[in-house]
Design a protein around this ligand. Structure first.
Ligand code: ADP
Ligand code: MG
Length: 717
């Protein structure tokens, strides 16, 4: 029997992380020990090659899983899924079942493992399902490991990653289309490889590693702010004297209290088999980042959702609240999630590894061309895939990539594209070693390209980094969009290659066909490549000249999801039917409006019940001072002026609140018109209230101010 798991910090001698890595997952090792060999092999095949699960083995697997879970102290199991809310969902069932003789036993059948039937009526469906057709199904995704989710006080629940669909089989979740898109990109990548003469690869895998940025604030402060509790971001708050201007936080020494939190997060994530690798202070005060080693995309997406859950729950046990919002504090950098994406073969070769003599690496160049073509043709869809009311506060704000989708390639690749456009490819620019000027320091090789933080979609050595993804977002949807659009380009290239090459083409013919194809694709789509400063005004002008779309906010970006082009893209590759796509669009429109409406109401409530009373108290105090001073025969024109100013500011705030209330409560029945209403009426009304509150924060005595201020929240003590 397994020993119950204890945290390393609770043990007399520390355990190595590798000893308990994945201990709370029903991993390959556990399966090997607990399943009959034929069942084990069958399940492994399913997992490795993303095949359909053989129902005949389900009971055996379920029994082994149950025993393993019970030995670890789990009492419940759940189908864990990702509805269109953007979060995760779980409905727990006890293993315990009563028996006829008044006793009880623990039960878990193959059926319960494979399929669940949660009532779908309260999840967003975008009109796919009416309440009278409430049935929804969850189906086990055997390609993602089953795990035991442990709460801070030790309760363990067996979580079975599942897809969630309506009773008609339509996707109601993030995982179903993601899995379909992974299949699509894998299928067409394989065709390209075969056309290029690779006969060994049998499977192509999308890989993903997501860097997660987040803020930590003291939980005591958090609980005093309705805006943080309800909306995850501050809706008011004057700029503190010290923000990030000293640039002293990024990569700074990690505060001990924060380090203790990070260490516990890592332990919890390691147990779950999530390979977190890096941790550091980010640019803004109170901001941090964590990144795992990349994994197969589907597993990486599930792990990313769990990572966000663990960050939030562990923060609370350390007296923090973890803010995953894209912009918790105005005028301070927001948070993103860098989405590192690549393709690799079942033999472990990274298809985006340019290798040394890149100009001769035709396979790499074909795959690169596929990405350039895809991002150019579907820049609007890629932009829409990361659109949210939250992310609007961040994109294009000189701290995050602009809303214009472009690709950064770096000097070496840009030089090769120049050559290919001329129909040649003669050289790959070499990197020279750097002399650091002190004898004791080693010579280090210089990369052929610098980093470019201003690009939304950067080639970073052997992968693409999609940097416009928001920190609180599920990465499933942007990756679904990415996989699908790249599948389409790979399909195009494979079809061209197959058509032009026929069977058994010579190496010379292959090379000339590939060169011709690369030349055409690069000529047509190179406009999407840009290595310069994405934050600059010049780029906005240049991008407009090149005809690149620039959807500055969600309201402008979302309609791209339901264009004829998008319908064709997602349906041709079996990722989303027209109905499923429109449903998703509708859910996103609704979410946008609801979110801004909630923010508007929260702000109004805080302004009415906290800021206004504080300002009035301050006004009363000042009036007493003025009256008392004048009564004593001392003139005090400055204080009198200050009193008049304060009274005027209070009046301004009252008017701004009235405007906000009226905008936020205006009924706009047509959903497509409601979005612009919230963007152009409610958000500006909120900005006016905020401006007024922030001005008052600077004049109301600190002991009367009812909210923790920015300085208090951003400094971890
Ligand atoms: P940086 O902050 O410089 O961008 P990090 O090391 O913090 O770099 O993060 C890079 C991320 O990219 C990690 O999650 C890493 O595992 C991931 N990554 C590296 N190679 C690949 C790949 N082939 N496919 C997907 N992700 C990758
Ligand atoms: Mg990065």
């Amino acid at each position: 029997m397994n020993k119950p798991f204890t945290l390393p910090m609770e043990q007399a001698t520390p355990t190595r992380a590798s000893d308990y890595f994945g201990s709370l997952t029903f991993s390959g090792d556990v399966m090997l020990k607990r399943l009959p060999p034929d069942v084990f092999m069958n399940l492994q095949r399913t997992m490795r090659h993303s095949l359909q699960l053989d129902p005949s083995i389900a009971n055996t697997v379920a029994a082994a899983m149950k025993e393993w879970a019970l030995e670890h102290g789990a009492t419940h199991y759940c189908h864990w899924f990702q509805p269109l809310t953007g979060g995760t969902a779980e409905k727990h069932d006890a293993f315990l079942s009563p028996t006829d003789d008044g006793g009880a036993i623990e039960k878990f059948s193959g059926d319960a493992l494979i399929q669940g039937e949660p009532d779908a009526s309260s999840f967003p469906s975008g009109g796919i399902r009416d309440t009278y057709e409430a049935r929804g199904y969850t189906a086990w995704d055997a390609t993602s490991p089953v795990f035991l989710l442990r709460s801070s006080d030790g309760h363990k629940t067996l979580c079975i990653p599942t897809a969630f669909v309506s009773w008609t089989g339509e996707a109601l979740d993030q995982k179903t289309p993601l899995l379909r898109s992974i299949d699509a990109v894998s299928k067409h990548a394989l065709r390209v490889l075969h056309a290029l003469g690779d006969s060994k690869t049998t499977h192509v895998i999308a890989t993903l590693g997501c860097e997660q940025e987040y803020f930590l604030v003291d939980r005591a402060h958090f609980l005093k702010r309705l805006d943080l509790c309800v909306c995850g971001r501050t809706l008011i708050g004057a700029t503190p004297p010290k923000g990030q201007q000293m640039e002293d936080h990024y990569f700074g020494a990690i505060h001990e209290r924060v380090l203790a939190f990070m260490a516990e997060c890592e332990e919890r994530l390691f147990e779950l088999g999530i390979p977190v690798k890096t941790r550091h202070n980010e640019v803004a005060p109170g901001q941090y980042e964590l990144a795992p080693t990349f994994e197969v995309a589907n597993v990486a997406v599930d792990h990313q959702m769990t990572t966000m859950h663990v960050l939030r729950s562990v923060a609370r046990t350390h007296g923090f609240e973890c803010l995953l919002h894209e912009k918790p504090f105005a005028k301070v950098n927001g948070s993103g999630k860098h989405n590192n994406w690549s393709l690799s073969t079942d033999l472990g070769a990274n298809l985006f590894d340019p290798r040394d003599e890149t100009h001769t690496n035709m396979q790499f160049l074909v795959f690169l061309a596929a990405v350039i073509r895809a991002v150019d043709i579907h820049a609007d869809i890629l932009r829409a895939s990361i659109a949210s009311a939250h992310n609007d506060h961040r994109l294009g704000a000189n701290e995050a990539p602009p809303a214009i989708m472009s690709i950064y390639l770096g000097e070496m690749l840009s030089d090769i594209l120049d050559q290919l456009e001329r129909g040649e490819s003669k050289r790959s620019a070499k990197s020279l070693p750097m002399d650091l000027g002190a004898r004791s320091l080693p010579q280090i090789p210089r990369h052929t390209s610098d980093r470019n933080r201003t690009s939304p979609f950067a080639f970073t050595g052997n992968k693409f980094e999609f940097r416009a993804v928001g920190s609180s977002q599920s990465v499933a949807w942007p990756n679904t969009a990415l996989n699908t659009m790249i599948a389409e380009s790979l399909d195009f290239l494979a079809t061209e290659l197959e058509r032009k090459l026929g069977k058994g083409a010579s190496a010379t013919k292959l090379e000339s066909v590939v060169r011709g194809l690369l030349k055409d694709v690069i000529k047509s789509h190179r406009r999407v490549c840009f290595d310069g400063n994405g934050y600059s005004k010049e780029w906005h002008a240049e991008a407009a000249k090149r005809g690149l779309p620039n959807f500055i906010s969600t309201a402008e970006a979302l309609p791209a999801l339901v264009s004829k082009k998008a319908e064709k893209l997602f349906s041709s590759y079996g990722v989303l039917s027209k109905r499923e796509l429109h449903a998703r669009y509708e859910v996103q429109l609704e979410q946008y409006c609801k979110l801004v409406q909630i923010e508007g109401r929260t702000l109004s409530q805080m302004a009415c019940t906290q800021v206004l009373p504080a300002a009035l108290r301050a006004q009363g105090e000042l009036a007493d001072v003025v009256a008392g001073t004048q009564h004593a025969g001392v003139p005090c024109p400055e204080s009198e002026a200050a009193l008049r100013d304060l009274a005027r500011q209070v009046a301004t705030l009252r008017n701004a609140i009235a405007d906000l209330d009226s905008a936020a409560s205006t009924e706009v029945p047509d959903l497509e018109k409601r979005v612009p209403h919230f963007r152009h009426k409610v958000l500006p009304a909120m900005a006016a209230v905020r401006e007024s509150c922030d001005a008052l924060e600077r004049v109301v005595p600190a002991d009367l101010w009812p909210l923790p201020d920015y300085a208090a929240m951003l400094l971890v003590r």
